[in-house]
Design a protein around this ligand. Structure first.
Ligand code: NAP
Ligand code: MG
Length: 477
């Protein structure tokens, strides 16, 4: 009997309205940068998508000056109720162009279209809608009756959620009355530039939002610029530490959203089928390129064997391949460098004695792909239990008692997120109270909402994004 198969269901790449070249957005205009142009690739094919102009230090000076001018002349003095109208307009225009943005994001990043369409783009729009609502109500946010903006914000973001991270920075900054200079990641600059076009078409005053593409050196020059009042960074812990050193003693505001190595704790009384879905989503969503990914599964010993069998059966059904295909579950790894890092860390897992299991799913021959992988027999001391792999790799550890689960979960330099799976409410609360993680999900994972603050403990950074708490970092009070 012939096996049941999916027919291909590709989204048209043309919907992304890809241009051969993109320019940076400075002072309300698209202009050629003075840096060496970069080429951004489609990681599913390794073909060049477009050439993108980059900023040099004098462009950064110009952008910061444009943002300062906009802040002092227009955006800072503007009543919140007027600022809100621009944010609502941007949100509506993002919704109107959501298909285009989803396809472009998938082309540039490699993530499945299902995720860019259903998660990244709607959530990015939701951040603008949510913060538009705050713009005229800042006096009720709990930071005094009349909190003031800080001034000019410099922001650097990573490649894993390009448009969403841009929205996480721009929306609260603008709602609070600040202006911003944003550097997107070198490998994924495109959707931030389309967002800049949306800002322009929404009639946003020139200089309120500036987008300067470039590599890490542009990021370093931006965050160190003396003309800024605040820096908001999302990226790796190593770069976050460098930025913190740069800003030490300057008096400028800083928030850091850094790496993670989250524990997903499954107790023996959990609804196992539901937990399997949550564990799979927790680590294979966005190829595991997620700072809050549930990369360490802590399972109670008595159900470990059963859960691992269920997991392997479920993971085997994940489809890896063309990110533009609506049936694809796991897309491409964003860059060759990231693929090499995943390959290196998983090899270390084997060397250190863990047992490797790889999904039998077919892997495309062309492009940057890594099959869903699971390690059992993992010890706390192994690199795959300690370091952020940032790929589709799950490390499974076991525990016997709740105390042991909490001790192991907290035995990490990170503290961004955690998951708990149990049917018992008291155990849930007992565990959640003891976890040193900024976000704790209960019987679910990777749930994001602009109203809920997100951020880390320890080396996962400081400051919160989203919710009332997220506004604090953009207000003087
Ligand atoms: P990364 O290397 O730190 O890069 C992040 C951004 O910083 C990129 O735009 C990068 O430019 C830029 N950059 C590089 N060196 C810099 C420097 N010396 N000074 C200033 N900027 C610099 O991180 P990544 O590997 O792209 O991103 C993955 C990391 O981000 C993971 O650790 C992940 O956990 C973390 N992350 C955290 C959150 C959160 O909310 N906590 C969310 C998403 C991701 P280039 O693109 O040119 O390298
Ligand atoms: Mg790219």
């Amino acid at each position: 009997m012939a096996a049941w198969e999916y027919a291909p269901a590709p989204e048209s790449a043309a919907t992304g309205r890809l241009q051969p070249s993109y320019r940076m957005f400075l002072g309300g205009e698209f202009v050629d940068g003075s840096g060496e142009p970069l080429k951004t690739l489609n990681p599913a094919t390794e073909e060049v998508l477009a050439e993108v102009s980059t900023a040099n230090p004098s462009d950064i000076d110009d952008a910061v000056a444009a943002a300062r001018n906009a802040y002092e002349q227009v955006w800072g003095p503007m009543p919140g109720v007027e600022r809100a109208k621009y944010l609502f307009r941007i949100a509506r225009m993002m919704a109107e162009r959501s298909r285009e943005l989803a396809v472009l994001e998938t082309l540039d990043n490699g993530k499945p279209i299902r995720e860019s369409r259903d998660t990244d783009i709607p959530l990015a729009g939701a951040h603008f809608f949510y913060h538009a609502g705050w713009a005229d109500k800042l006096g009720y946010a709990g930071y005094g009756p009349d909190p003031k903006p800080l001034g000019v914000v410099g922001s650097v973001i990573p490649w894993n959620f390009p448009l969403l991270m841009a929205a996480w920075k721009i929306a609260p900054a603008l709602a609070a009355g600040n202006t911003i200079v944003l550097k997107p990641a070198e490998t994924t600059p495109l959707t931030a530039l389309v967002l800049a076009e949306i800002c322009q078409q929404a009639g946003l005053p020139p200089g309120v939002v500036n987008v300067l593409p470039g590599a890490g050196d542009v990021g370093a020059a931006l965050v160190g610029h003396p003309g800024l009042d605040k820096v908001a960074f999302t990226g790796s812990t190593d770069v976050g530490k460098q930025i913190q050193r740069t800003l030490a003693g300057t008096g400028r505001g800083l928030t850091l959203e850094l790496g993670g190595k989250a524990a997903n704790i499954v107790y023996d009384d959990a609804a196992l089928d539901q937990a399997v879905e949550g564990v799979v989503n927790g680590i294979f969503f966005n190829q595991g390129h997620v700072c809050c990914a549930g990369s360490r599964l802590l399972v109670q010993e008595s159900v470990a064997e059963e859960l691992i069998e269920l997991l392997q059966a479920r993971i085997s059904t994940l489809r890896i391949g063309d990110p533009l295909d609506k049936n694809t579950d796991v897309g491409a790894i964003n860059s060759r460098a990231q693929l090499e890092k995943i390959t290196e860390l998983t090899a270390a897992g084997e060397t250190e004695g863990a047992t490797r299991w790889t999904s039998p799913c077919p892997v495309p021959q062309r492009g940057l792909f890594f099959p869903p992988t699971l390690f059992t027999g993992v010890e706390q001391s192994m690199r795959i239990a300690r370091e952020e792999i940032f790929g589709p790799v799950l490390s499974v550890l076991t525990f016997r008692t709740p105390d042991e689960a909490v001790a192991k979960a907290n035995d990490t330099r990170y503290g961004l997120s955690a998951g708990i799976w149990t049917e018992k409410g008291s155990r849930m609360l007992w565990t959640a109270q003891r976890l040193r993680a900024g976000v704790v999900w209960e019987n679910t994972f990777n749930r994001f909402d602009p109203t809920a603050p997100f951020g880390g403990y320890k080396e996962s950074g400081f400051g919160r994004e989203g919710g009332r708490a997220g506004l604090e970092a953009y207000l003087a009070h």
